[in-house]
Ligand binder design. Structure first.
Ligand SMILES: NC(=O)c1ccc[n+]([C@@H]2O[C@H](COP(=O)([O-])OP(=O)(O)OC[C@H]3O[C@@H](n4cnc5c(N)ncnc54)[C@H](O)[C@@H]3O)[C@@H](O)[C@H]2O)c1
Ligand SMILES: [Zn+2]
Ligand SMILES: [Zn+2]
Length: 345
């Protein structure tokens, strides 16, 4: 089969690989129909994710058809149309029982990281019963690819942790696919204002179309001033960090109003200062989370009911044999205006 393989920092190739087989009775083999590329794949390619070793097939998102199941799989059978979660969950360990699937003691984010992933014609999914989700017959496959990772991440780490509530003011720093997913799902709760902050005018334009009530290009370093002006010097009830660098987390600390919440989504590789000298008396909360994908079933229903349309995040489409072009397009988003790219396997 064809597969996109990480060959070490800065190197990747489309290779011919043997088709995966069942290695545990709880496994399923899924024929991938659609997959995508995540910012995390770009991090891996930079060499930022040491758990992912050269030789690994990348990808942790996608939909497909079950090809074969192990003897212990009871919820799925060959021919079933399924959504693949980016997080594999045994369903039995202490963390899984608390729905903290990302911390599953024998699973978590392993796909396209410590085991071969979805950017291939076939993928082996461990713990299939609790890591796959059935797709209804009439569902839109492309939209559902956004539910493997992007939508649950924005919703769980940003919106739920950030306690977005009716009438409240929300700021989302970072209008990449994750920040935009937080923007789409924040609207379930009817916040009064959603202010999107980014450096890229094109992404801010998209944010406007996706329901942002205001957008701020923070290139001039005046985002704080502008938000304070917009909120009568109060700040925001929820500040969602969706970039993953010190300056944006520090901005969130300045944006948050008394009683508010800073919900961190970004993956941080560098230390960030915590300004307790300014925050100690402000009754704020700070939350962090690795996406659990525990909300996939709920998000499924919102897509089915047309409450949100995650397909709007898709900007480009490629066949699997053109996946190197897909990486090129996704990796130069400022130039290509790419958000999510669909890869048809
Ligand atoms: N917590 C989790 O479980 C989880 C899961 C998936 C992704 N993530 C993380 O979420 C973050 C966002 O992911 P993404 O795919 O949307 O990334 P992305 O790189 O596509 O988007 C980041 C956005 O931030 C903007 N930006 C950069 N510097 C900025 C600055 N100084 N001020 C304002 N905006 C700035 C960029 O223009 C870009 O639009 C990443 O750190 C990613 O690793 C976390
Ligand atoms: Zn991802
Ligand atoms: Zn577990």
């Amino acid at each position: 089969m064809k597969a996109l393989v990480y060959q070490g920092p800065g190197k990747k190739a489309l290779e011919d690989r043997p088709k995966p087989g069942i290695t545990a009775p709880t496994d399923a083999i899924v024929k991938v129909t659609k997959t995508t590329i995540c910012g995390t794949d770009l991090h891996i390619l930079k060499g930022d994710v040491p758990t992912c070793q050269p030789g690994r097939i990348l990808g942790h998102e996608g939909v497909g058809i079950v090809e074969q199941v192990g003897a212990a799989v009871t919820a799925f059978k060959a021919g079933d149309h399924v959504l693949i979660s980016c997080v594999s969950a045994c369903g039995k360990c202490e963390y899984c029982r608390r729905q903290m699937y990302s911390h599953c003691t024998t699973g978590g984010w392993i796909l396209g990281n410590t085991i071969d992933g979805t950017q291939a014609q076939f993928v082996r999914i461990p713990y299939a019963d609790t890591s796959l989700y059935p797709i209804p017959a009439d569902a839109d496959e492309e939209a559902l690819v956004m539910l493997s990772d992007i939508l649950p991440t924005g919703f769980e780490c940003g919106v739920l942790n950030g306690k977005v509530a009716p009438g409240n003011t929300v700021a989302i720093v970072g209008a990449g696919p994750i920040g935009l997913a937080a923007l789409l799902t924040a609207q379930f709760y009817s916040p009064g204002e959603i202010i999107m902050i980014d450096l890229d005018d094109n992404r801010l334009e998209v944010a406007k179309r996706f329901g942002a009530t205001a957008t701020i290009n923070s290139t001039d370093g005046k985002a704080l001033e502008t938000v304070m002006k917009m909120t009568g010097k109060r700040g925001v009830d929820t500040a969602i960090e969706a970039v993953g660098i010190p300056i944006t987390f520090e901005l969130c600390q300045k944006l948050v109003a008394p009683g508010g919440t800073i919900a961190n989504i970004g993956v941080h590789g560098k230390k960030v200062d915590l300004h307790l000298e300014e925050l100690w008396d402000r009754n704020i909360s700070i939350t962090t989370r690795l996406v659990d994908t525990a909300t996939i079933p709920m998000l499924f229903k919102t897509v089915g009911a047309h409450k949100i349309d995650p397909k709007r995040l898709i900007t480009h489409r490629f066949k699997l044999d053109k996946i190197l072009d897909a990486y090129e397009t996704f990796g130069s988003a400022a130039k290509t205006k790419a958000l999510k790219v669909i890869i048809e396997a």
